[in-house]
Design a protein around this ligand. Structure first.
Ligand code: ZN
Length: 95
């Protein structure tokens, strides 16, 4: 029994794509059906990454598209992601 997961500190960000996960509905899922506390539903489902082969550069392009759709300028989106993606758990161990 583990009850250590909390969502009350500050907003969690998906540790793959950097999306804010302020809503339980966007959380990914583990093999046992529990919600993932680290990854969003777009990146992670049933304990597996949906795009296991994606590289950090590809993820950056992917996320840039979303931010642009959200109204952000491409340059701004890219610099935001360049400053955040490399620190996420999925990418921080890679070079
Ligand atoms: Zn994600």
């Amino acid at each position: 029994m583990e009850q250590s997961h909390t969502l009350d500190q500050e907003t969690h960000y998906c540790q793959s794509c950097g999306m804010p996960m302020d809503n339980a509905e966007v959380l990914g899922s583990e093999t046992n059906g529990q919600k993932s506390q680290e990854y969003c539903m777009y990146c992670y489902e049933a304990g597996e990454f949906k795009q296991p082969e994606i590289t950090q550069a590809e993820m950056m392009d992917h996320c840039t598209g979303f931010l642009i759709k959200d109204g952000m300028a491409e340059e701004e989106a890219r610099s935001l992601l360049a400053g955040s993606l490399p620190h996420l758990k999925r990418w921080s161990g890679q070079q």
